[in-house]
Design a protein around this ligand. Structure first.
Ligand code: PEP
Ligand code: MN
Length: 262
């Protein structure tokens, strides 16, 4: 059960030795999409050196347009796993349909994207696995709905759920989404599960990643998910919100600097 009332102590999830929750702060970083072995390998080494503990990268991409790049799919997953082994860090990547699960054997954390937060049949199937699940908040989901989706996974026996605030859709169109930072302290009261923030999709604007990352750290988030690309202007997906490894190193350092003050 996700409810704090039933479970007072914070849940700590071990991802290949990386502990998420319970006062730690972990950064997941990498490109929106895996584009080639060279691309993901180069980014992996760079984000690890800059302080990321988990490598992200999309292989199965939930694109708004069916004509947009859909991801390198299982080939992309192979490249991601290779890069993670070279860099020595675990990986998180999105699943869109349970038929893809056989490809996820070597994946450390399975991501359920905002668009699938209420795909209850998918959640039930993931509840039967023993992999940590990163559950992203739907565009129009309340926190109670987010927690109910977590319960779908937990009810199947998999209690390893990490929640992610990634912005919601509001009337405000100056940003891609409206990052709901109040969700962090509120969820903290409602649940014992770890909660991370994705300032990249949450804002859609590169220059907003650092201030939102710092704010997230100060208000008690358990970590971040940040899109990093070695050539953001050439990224196949979400370049406008992607930061370079150099900028990421600065963000990670500044976040570490503020952690003692929370
Ligand atoms: C992602 O993290 O790659 C992604 C597609 O995010 P979201 O599901 O939050 O839109
Ligand atoms: Mn993206």
């Amino acid at each position: 059960c996700a409810n704090r009332k039933m479970h007072q102590t914070d849940t700590v999830i071990d991802v290949g030795g990386v502990k998420i929750g319970g006062g730690t702060f972990q950064i997941m970083a990498g490109p929106c999409s895996i584009e080639s072995q060279e691309q993901i390998s180069e980014i992996a080494v760079a984000v690890k050196a800059a302080g990321a503990s988990i490598l992200r990268g999309g292989a199965f991409k939930p694109r708004t347009s069916p004509y947009a790049f859909q991801g390198l799919r299982e080939k992309g997953l192979e490249m991601l796993i290779n890069a993670s082994r070279q860099a020595g860090m675990p990986v998180v990547t999105e699943i869109m349909d349970i038929s893809q699960l056989p490809y996820f054997e070597d994946v450390d954390v399975i991501q359920v994207g905002a668009r699938n937060m209420q795909n209850f049949e998918l959640l039930k199937e993931l509840g039967k696995t023993d992999k940590p699940i990163l559950l992203k908040r739907g565009f129009s989901a309340t926190l109670t709905e987010l927690l109910m989706s977590a319960e779908y996974i937990m009810a199947g026996g998999n209690e390893k759920v990490i929640l992610c605030e990634r912005g919601i859709r509001t009337f405000a169109t100056d940003t891609r989404n409206t990052l709901d930072l109040s969700a962090i302290p509120l969820l903290r009261r409602m649940t014992h599960l770890p909660i991370i923030v994705d300032p990249s999709h949450g804002t859609g604007i590169r220059s907003l990643v650092k201030p939102m990352a710092l704010a997230s750290a100060i208000i008690g988030a358990d970590g971040l998910m940040v899109e990093v690309h070695n050539h953001p202007e050439k990224a196949w997906c979400d370049g406008q919100q992607s930061i370079t490894p150099e900028t990421f190193a600065d963000v990670a350092k500044c976040v570490r600097d503020v952690l003692p003050y929370r």
